[in-house]
Write a protein that binds this ligand. Structure first.
Ligand code: NI
Length: 187
């Protein structure tokens, strides 16, 4: 079942997500629905707050980017309670987008070398060193679990330049070709 994607401006995207305990009811269905939602909107990652749930759950399928970024080929993840350690390396600037910010893409500087620890869908602990664009996707999605979105990383000047577009998203004055949930109206 496709779920609506919560858009920038919705308070759930600003909350710190709660850890998930083994035996969480309905987890398998939720993961299926999150993958379906992500594929339907042509995303490569989706975090639970983006479907309105403040829980530490992320789905990623980076395979569509494999042609440009070989490290992404065939890489599909369920991340539960993920922890990121940023490893050494020069930060790299690349364009990012987000299903919660339709129509926008901005350059973000990140170190593309991380150690990731997480629980998989069976709650088996996993650990891996990840580099390149895949490390960027993981950081972007894990930011969502901390109540952050990628434009929090851009400069105040750049943010000012896209202010009108952001306001359009917040106030629901956009069209989107996947189901979305707009921010509640401000009084
Ligand atoms: Ni995102």
């Amino acid at each position: 079942m496709k779920l609506p994607v919560y858009l920038y401006g919705h308070p759930v995207l600003r909350k710190t997500a709660e850890p998930v305990a083994p035996g969480r009811e309905g987890l398998k269905d939720l993961l299926d629905n999150m993958f379906e939602t992500m594929y339907a909107s042509e995303g490569v990652g989706l975090a639970a707050p983006q479907v309105g749930l403040s829980e530490q759950i992320v789905v990623i399928d980076a395979d569509p980017l494999g042609e440009n970024f070989p490290e992404c080929a065939g890489r599909k993840f369920v991340l539960i309670n993920p922890e990121i350690e940023i490893l050494d390396g020069e930060p790299v600037t690349r364009a990012e987008g987000c299903l919660s910010l339709p129509g926008l893409s901005e350059n973000v500087r990140r170190t593309e070398h991380i150690r990731l620890r997480w629980l998989d869908a069976d709650f088996t602990p996993r650990e891996e060193e990840i580099s390149g664009f895949l490390a960027r996707i993981v950081q972007h999605e894990c930011d969502h679990l901390q109540g952050k979105v990628y434009i929090d990383h851009i400069s105040p000047i750049r943010k000012q330049l896209i202010r009108a577009k952001l306001n359009n998203i917040v106030s629901g004055r956009i069209r989107c070709d996947y189901p979305v949930k707009y921010a509640p109206r401000r009084k």
